[in-house]
Design a protein around this ligand. Structure first.
Ligand code: HEM
Length: 509
């Protein structure tokens, strides 16, 4: 029987892979001998006064593409090696080696910090009548922890996540029926449908709200569903460019305006749902086990914090899960033998198509989960994880000063043969203990949900949702990939760069 490796870090509870890593011993010795090299000595592109390395994004003279951050990262790795210094307005360090990535996370402070969503933070702090803070994504320090510790239990505890399986399965079953009724074909891009599915799932799980986004009225571009999906994308897609830029601080640039309008729309929808629920709660709805229902059961919770959390959920849930599911479908539909193994596992767990997905089914769908893990290795939703250092430390003999922005380059590292065998091949078995193809992969190599107390608050929920979608789709259809190679556009999160073209052939079994 296969067992999915559990070596991966999980909310800070993990066993050290290398208890006393070679690099940390080396660093200690270097430090004691006073041999520590300066940050500026780390290899990296030439930096000029004022512009730093930002010129690399400039047309004609630069060789970076703002929508292909992964390619920029490859270029740097090839030119400079596994530690690369840059100064695009901030002091930035790219870290590629999993052992060094581990060393970075070992430095994490009590309140791990990221420098991201800076413009969104600015936007929210300018609306104190709506928000108390910038929300979980953009806030750092004790204020972040206050929010995180308030909401985390409802999001992450295994039992509360399992409670959402039935609702998620119902929505996904409706989706499968919709695909059949509508005869969805490979001439259409499947990604917008996955966006709608994930809006619907997060609507019911997080807010106990149906968006009915597959009805003809809600398919209209001016409907609430369509505008929510657009606003989530509008919020996320400019974040990275706004983080790098500064002009929006001087005047409202078009990118800043898109962010502000998108946030405003998500705020409006969240406020309407919240008002409806708080009114409803006067009549005490004990049966509402949505995230919002559980938030509102805390007596001390502040409604402005709840609203901020709702907007963060809308922003963080739709595109991430839809992109991750798209890439997983891409890989399994191009590998019929793997899809067949998934089908065998699924049909043993669900002997009939109308059998319900239970927590037992999800926990036993080990091969399906290994496919998700392998897909997130090759196509993570984020290229890596960001951290802002809060004290000086030594890495590979270099002093990394406090206030350095670190980007762990997991996506590039996951595709290097020194860390994974035949890295470009989709091979779920490499994660399965007991399989002859099992590999002892470094636990800090693939970190699709980040690491430690600042990791994705909804990791279990997201994995469960993708798993349920795959189980339902593969139980019902033999899925074929009809397009060419699928690459990514790095818009904070990695969007498929071409339409997701799938053919769904109904199964008779
Ligand atoms: C496949 C789907 C998803 C992926 C791959 C993903 C990935 C990530 C990553 C890499 C981070 C940063 C972690 C770190 O810095 O260590 C993160 C943070 C976060 N994610 Fe997710 N995510 C997914 C789905 C979701 C969903 C469904 C929600 C909400 C329902 C969500 C809400 C958040 C929030 C609020 C944070 C900020 C946490 C904090 O800073 O404390 N994510 N996610």
């Amino acid at each position: 029987m296969w067992k999915l490796t559990k070596k991966f870090a999980n909310n800070g509870k993990y066993a050290s892979y290398v208890s006393n890593s070679a690099s940390s011993v080396e660093n200690k010795v270097a430090h004691e001998k006073g041999n520590v090299k300066r940050f500026e000595e780390i290899p990296g592109p030439t930096s000029y006064p004022v512009v730093g390395t930002l010129y690399k994004y400039a047309p004609f003279i630069g060789d970076y593409n703002a929508e292909a951050v992964d390619k920029n990262a490859w270029l740097n790795w090839r030119r400079y090696g596994s530690l690369v210094r840059e100064t695009p307005g901030v002091r930035l360090l790219h870290v590629y080696d999993p052992q060094d990535i581990e060393a970075v996370f070992r430095q994490d402070h009590r309140y791990p910090a990221r420098r991201s969503h800076v413009a969104m933070l600015h936007y929210r702090l300018n609306k104190p009548h709506v928000y108390n803070t910038g929300g979980l994504l953009s806030t750092n320090g004790p204020e972040w922890w206050k929010l995180r510790s308030t909401f985390q239990k409802n999001f992450s505890s295994p039992q509360s996540v399992k409670n959402h399986i039935g609702k998620t399965d119902n929505v996904t079953t409706e989706f499968v029926q919709w695909i059949k009724d509508r005869n969805v074909s490979h001439n259409e891009d499947f990604l917008p449908y996955l966006n709608r599915l994930n809006l619907e799932v997060i609507g019911i799980v997080a807010f106990n709200e149906r968006f009915e986004s597959f009805t003809p009225e809600e398919q209209d571009p001016n409907s609430r569903s369509s505008k929510c999906i657009k606003a989530a994308f509008g919020s996320n897609s400019g974040i990275m460019r706004l983080d790098k830029g500064f002009l929006w601080k001087l005047f409202k640039t078009p990118l800043y305006r898109t962010l502000a309008e998108s946030q405003e729309y998500l705020e409006k929808v969240s406020t309407e749902i919240l008002m409806k629920r708080t009114h409803f709660f006067l009549h005490d709805d004990e049966n509402d086990d949505s995230l919002l229902g559980s938030f509102l059961k805390h007596d001390i919770i502040d409604l402005k914090d709840v609203l901020g959390m709702m907007v963060d959920i809308m922003m963080a849930a739709i595109d991430t899960t839809a992109y991750a599911t798209s890439f997983c479908l891409y890989h399994v539909s191009r590998n019929p033998e793997i899809q067949q193994k998934m089908f065998e596992e699924i049909s043993a767990l669900l002997p009939t198509k109308d059998a319900k997905i239970t927590s037992d089914v999800v926990s036993k769908a080990v091969y399906v989960k290994s496919c998700i893990k392998e897909s997130l290795r090759l196509n993570p939703v984020a290229i890596g994880v960001g951290r802002l250092t809060q004290k000086d430390f030594v890495l590979k003999g270099y002093l990394i000063p406090e206030g350095t922005v670190i980007v762990t380059q997991n996506m590039v590292a996951c595709r290097l043969p020194q860390y994974v065998k035949n890295p470009l091949i989709f091979k779920p078995e490499r994660w399965l203990r007991g399989s002859e193809n099992y590999e002892n992969i470094h636990p800090f190599l693939s970190l699709p949900f980040g690491f430690g107390p600042r990791s994705c608050i909804a990791r279990r929920l997201a994995e469960q949702n993708i798993c349920i979608t795959l189980i339902r789709l593969i139980r019902e259809f033999n899925i074929k990939w009809m397009g060419g190679e699928l690459g990514i556009r790095t818009l904070l999160i990695n969007k498929p760069d071409k339409p997701v073209t799938l053919s769904f052939i109904p199964r008779n079994e």
